[in-house]
Design a protein around this ligand. Structure first.
Ligand code: NAD
Length: 436
C-alpha cells in the first residue's frame, strides 16, 4: 500500500449522460473519478468498465398526498438501481429537501461498490424523496411513505431490490414500507426491506452495527500499523447513531475518546471523555455542547486536535483540502459516506495518513441488513452474539483482502477497495454476458 495519490491514470473515453451535471465536484462526478482511478487495475475486465458508469435503471415518481389541512401537495421521489449483476439491489431511502436524482445515482453506485467490497450477494440501489420530513405530521409522513412505496413497488421486492433506512428514515418508516408492499402483493413480505423493528422481522444488533463496524476496521488498522488500541487517542465528528456507538466501542476497549464535535459544538478532554456520561448528556440536551466532563472546543479547532484515529461520522465533504493539510492524526476512519473530498484524499496520502474508505469502514450496517434478510427468508433468528461475531469475521476478512490488494498495486486503500469490488462486479457481468 502506498501513501502516494493514485494519480496519472488515463481517463477513459466517456459518453456524457444527459441527466447529470458534468461537474467533477458533484457526488456523481466524484464517483466517476473514483472509477477512472480503478480501471488500470482491472486487467481484461476493464472492457466492461462502462457498465460501472451507467445506472442500470432509474425511476422518478410523483408522490402526491393530502395534507392534514386538506391541501394536496406533491413530492418527487427516486429509486435508482445502479447495478444488479451480483444480486438484488440493496440500499437505503433518504428523505431530505435537497435530494436529487444525481445524488441518488451516486449513492446507489457507492452501494454497488460497498456490497461487492464486503462480498455480499447484492447489487447496489438507493432511493430518496425530496421532502423535509420535519415539516410533516406523523400521519403525513406515513402517507408520503406509503404512496412512495406503492410507486416504486414496480421495481422493489425481496428478490429484486431491498430498501433500508438512511438519512431521516427509520424502523417505523421501514414498517410502513413493508406493510404497504405486503398489502399490494397480498402476502406479508418481511424481506422487502431491512432495518425493520425486531417484532416485524428486524435483526438484533442492527442499530449498533455501523458503529461496531467502524470500531472493527479501526482496531484492524491500528493492529496492522503496529499501534496500540489501548490508550489510542480518538477524535470523532458526529455523535449520532454511528459516532456514538463507535465511541462507546472504542472506550470499552480502553481507547481514549479525547474530542467529539456535533452540529451544536465540540468538547475535549485529553484524559479521555466519559462516553457513557456524554451519551446521557446528548440524550438530555440534543448536543455534546455544554458537557461538563471536558472543555469546549471550537468548530475549526476540532480539526487541529492531535489523535491517533480521526472519525468523521457526520456529513459528506467535511475533510476539505485545507483541513487535510492541518490534520494531526494517523488514521482516518470514514464512518460517514463521502466525508473526504478527492483533492483532500490525495493530500492525506502524501502526508502518510491512512484512510479507511467509507465503502468498507461503514459497511457494518449493510452487513447486518444482509443478516436480517437471510433471517427473514429462513424465519429463523440468530442471537446478538452470533450476529456480532459474523459481522466481525466478514469485515476483518474483507479488510485483509483490500489491504493486501492495495499493497500489491501500491495504491491507496480506497482504490484497493474499488479494485476488489469492481473486479467482482465486472466478473459477474462478464460471466452473465449481454442479453440479448
Ligand atoms: P445521525 O443523524 O444519527 O447523526 C449525525 C451526527 O452528525 C449528529 O451527531 C449531528 O449532530 C452531527 N452533525 C450534523 N451536522 C453537523 C455539522 N455540521 N458539524 C458537525 N456535526 C454535525 O446520523 P448517523 O446515522 O449517525 O449517520 C452519520 C453518517 O454515517 C452519515 O454520513 C450516514 O450516511 C453514514 N452512515 C450511516 C449508517 C447507519 O447505519 N446509520 C450506515 C452507513 C453510513
Amino acid at each position: 500500500m502506498t501513501t502516494m495519490p493514485d494519480s496519472g491514470q488515463a481517463a477513459p473515453m466517456r459518453t456524457a449522460l444527459s441527466y447529470v451535471s458534468p461537474s467533477g465536484t458533484s457526488p456523481w462526478g466524484t464517483y466517476l473519478s473514483q472509477v477512472d482511478r480503478v480501471v488500470p487495475y482491472l486487467g481484461p475486465l476493464a472492457r466492461w468498465a462502462e457498465t460501472l458508469r451507467r445506472p442500470k435503471r432509474a425511476l422518478i415518481v410523483d408522490v402526491p398526498i393530502e395534507l392534514d389541512n386538506g391541501e394536496i401537495t406533491h413530492f418527487e421521489g427516486y429509486r435508482v438501481q445502479h447495478n444488479l449483476s451480483r444480486g438484488p439491489g440493496k440500499g437505503g431511502v433518504r428523505y431530505h429537501p435537497d435530494v436529487t436524482l444525481e445524488e441518488v445515482m451516486a449513492l446507489s453506485a457507492w452501494m454497488t461498490v460497498k456490497n461487492a467490497a464486503v462480498n455480499l450477494p447484492y447489487g447496489g440501489a438507493k432511493g430518496g424523496i425530496r421532502v423535509d420530513p420535519k415539516k410533516l405530521s406523523l400521519k403525513e409522513l406515513e402517507r408520503v411513505t406509503r404512496r412512495y412505496t406503492s410507486e416504486i413497488g414496480l421495481i422493489i421486492g425481496p428478490h429484486q431490490d431491498i430498501p433500508a433506512p438512511d438519512v431521516n428514515t427509520n424502523s417505523q418508516i421501514m414498517a410502513w414500507m413493508m406493510d404497504t408492499y405486503s398489502m399490494n402483493t397480498g402476502a406479508t413480505a418481511t424481506g422487502v426491506v431491512t432495518g425493520k423493528p425486531v417484532e416485524l422481522g428486524g435483526s438484533l444488533g442492527r442499530v449498533k452495527a455501523t458503529g461496531r463496524g467502524v470500531f472493527v476496521t479501526g482496531r484492524e488498522a491500528l493492529r496492522r500499523l503496529k499501534l496500540p488500541l489501548e490508550g489510542a487517542r480518538i477524535a470523532i465528528q458526529g455523535f449520532g447513531n454511528v459516532g456514538a456507538n463507535a465511541a462507546s466501542m472504542f472506550a470499552y476497549h480502553d481507547a481514549k475518546v479525547v474530542a467529539v464535535q456535533d452540529h451544536g459544538g465540540g468538547v475535549i478532554n485529553n484524559g479521555g471523555l466519559d462516553v457513557a456520561a456524554l451519551t446521557d448528556h446528548v440524550a438530555r440536551f440534543g448536543t455534546v455542547a455544554g458537557f461538563k466532563g471536558g472543555d469546549a472546543l471550537g468548530l475549526e479547532e476540532f480539526w487541529d486536535v492531535e489523535s491517533d484515529v480521526l472519525i468523521p461520522a457526520a456529513l459528506e465533504g467535511q475533510i476539505t483540502e485545507a483541513r487535510a493539510k492541518r490534520l494531526r492524526t494517523k488514521i482516518v476512519l470514514e464512518a460517514a459516506n463521502g466525508p473526504t473530498v478527492p483533492a483532500a484524499d490525495d493530500i492525506l496520502g502524501q502526508r502518510g495518513i491512512v484512510v479507511l474508505p467509507d465503502v468498507i469502514c461503514n459497511a457494518g450496517g449493510v452487513i447486518v441488513s444482509y443478516f436480517e434478510w437471510v433471517q427473514d427468508f429462513s424465519s429463523f433468528f440468530w442471537s446478538e452474539d452470533e450476529i456480532n461475531l459474523r459481522l466481525d469475521k466478514i469485515l476483518t476478512g474483507a479488510l485483509s483482502h483490500i489491504w493486501s490488494t492495495a499493497e500489491k498495486h501500491n495504491i491507496s486503500l480506497r482504490t484497493g477497495a474499488f479494485t476488489v469490488a469492481c473486479a467482482r462486479i465486472l466478473q459477474a457481468r462478464a460471466e452473465r454476458g449481454l442479453y440479448p
